[in-house]
Ligand binder design. Structure first.
Ligand SMILES: Cc1cc2nc3c(=O)[nH]c(=O)nc-3n(C[C@H](O)[C@H](O)[C@H](O)COP(=O)(O)OP(=O)(O)OC[C@H]3O[C@@H](n4cnc5c(N)ncnc54)[C@H](O)[C@@H]3O)c2cc1C
Length: 439
């Protein structure tokens, strides 16, 4: 304390956004109190004791900078992101994506946070806003009930929808006599994915079982009218849209040839490795709300998974976010209470690194507020700036979470027809405009 001026910043939640926010504040020389309810209490989707847990996929999406997700990650790298440093060190083979060994990643972030001399971790559930000082709220889409009530009371209501997670199986339980390793079109190494092929009869029997399988009940208040984020749509719901929907979606066989037959399979389930040891694999795109026994029965109809052993079954959960355009500015602070910042999925950004990027900016701006400096508002041409701008200025009516995508960037001055070249031009412009802000 310095007189009656509080010389630290509170960060609530040590998830993707909270860890990045705490790190950014601390690296600006300001002490942080980081509150996390683990290990005493966990949300229904978190299971590890570590911070920064990836609760579903272990993919941080496309790696190449000429893509929306790749550009976001590159911007974060250039602004000194802790999570990007750790992700790059914990990468596992994943074709064109950056995927990480989730255990190694979370423990590395936890270690870096806990060993920082300016970060004090306070373990336990937070049930109200801290009485004093600048605060960054980053308790995520599954914020515990007591605090969620306080946030709703403070922010005037909230919205929610549903998200689902895919199952994970052990590598040794996959029948490799019926599967093959390959990336689509041989891009990104030939062992990036394990592919479980199906012929027409196998696929049709699987599809019929999937659409009629028993689903788990949901207990949330709006169970009668749930909104499900399209990117996390349960596989059984996708299957219900038509016999071939999965063959054009997560089970598409394009770019793959089964070495046993020499032909493209009728359908393919791709498995992506979860860890560097390649001892666990997730079923890509197979997020589900089926009862656990039904997952074992129905996914067991995938020939290579007939004896699969499940490390984790798929689950479906409520996901809460604010009506941000009404309450937040592009600095991620509340418009009518500039000492209270929000970060992460609850602000209406969607995805791991999008959440982390908002944590970076909220942390940087919380630090700048304490230092009496103007907030950092990045150009809208950068992906981080565009996401912050979306959160603050999107149409509030039916506000929906947004992941990194090139569509939220202002159009280029010149029209470029080739998709890849266009993406490259967006990336080049963004990184040029970001340059004055990098260290
Ligand atoms: C079921 C499910 C599946 C998902 N799958 C994906 C996916 O595959 N890919 C993807 O990109 N995104 C996915 N998401 C979105 C994902 O939640 C975000 O991308 C990311 O985890 C959000 O980061 P965050 O920091 O906002 O929240 P989190 O990472 O959830 O971190 C919040 C932290 O706050 C803590 N906390 C909560 N309440 C309190 C409290 N009262 N006091 C103290 N601590 C508290 C929690 O324990 C947690 O550690 C999924 C979300 C859900 C719910």
């Amino acid at each position: 304390m310095n007189g009656d001026v509080i010389m630290y910043i509170n960060v609530l939640g040590a998830g993707l956004a909270g860890c990045e926010a705490a790190w950014q504040i601390a690296r600006r020389g300001i002490p942080v109190r980081l509150y996390e309810m683990k290990p005493y209490k966990k949300t229904p989707a978190h299971s590890s004791d570590h911070f920064c847990e990836l609760i579903c996929s272990n993919s941080l999406k496309a790696a190449r900078v000429e893509s929306a997700a790749g550009l976001l990650k590159e911007e974060m790298r250039r602004l000194g992101s802790l999570l990007m440093q750790c992700a790059d060190q914990c990468a596992v083979p994943a074709g064109g994506a950056l995927a990480v060994d989730r255990e190694a990643f979370s423990s590395m972030v936890t270690e870096r946070i806990c060993s920082h001399p300016l970060i004090t971790v306070v373990a336990g559930e937070v049930t109200d806003f801290p009485a004093d000082g600048i605060t960054v709220v980053a308790t995520g889409p599954l914020t515990s009930d007591a605090l969620a009530e306080k946030i709703i009371a403070r922010c005037g209501g909230s919205l929610h929808f549903f998200d689902a997670a895919a199952p994970i199986v052990t590598a040794e339980s996959i029948d490799m006599g019926l599967a093959f390793t390959a990336s689509r079109y041989d891009k990104g190494g030939d062992d990036a994915y394990i592919n479980c092929p199906m012929n027409k009869e196998e696929y049709e029997a699987f599809h019929a079982a999937l659409v009629s399988a028993e689903r788990a009940p949901r207990h949330d208040v709006d169970v009668m009218n749930p909104k499900v984020y399209e990117g996390c749509m349960p596989v059984e719901i996708l299957a219900g849209r038509g016999q071939d929907t999965l063959r054009f979606g997560p089970m598409k066989p394009v770019g793959l040839r089964d070495p046993r037959t020499g032909h493209r399979p009728w359908a393919v389930v791709q498995l992506r490795t979860e860890n560097c040891e390649k001892s666990m694999y997730n079923l890509v795109g197979f997020q589900t709300n089926l009862k656990f026994a039904e997952q074992k029965r129905v996914f067991g109809m995938i020939p290579a998974l007939h004896d699969a052993e499940y490390v984790r079954y798929g689950v479906m959960h409520r996901n809460t976010f604010l009506d941000s355009p009404k309450v937040l500015g592009a600095d991620y602070a509340m418009k009518d209470q500039p000492e209270l910042f929000f970060a992460g999925q609850m602000t209406g950004v969607e995805g791991y690194m999008e959440s982390a990027s908002s944590g970076m900016l909220a942390g940087i701006n919380a630090a700048r507020r304490l230092q009496g400096r103007a907030p950092l508002i990045l150009p809208k041409e950068t992906m981080m700036g565009a996401l912050a701008d979306y959160v603050a200025h999107a149409q509030s009516k039916d506000f929906q979470p947004m992941g990194a995508n090139l569509g939220i960037l202002p159009p280029l001055e010149e029209q470029i027809r080739d998709k890849r070249e266009r993406a490259a031009a967006y990336a080049q412009r963004a990184l040029k405009l970001l340059a004055p802000y990098t260290e």
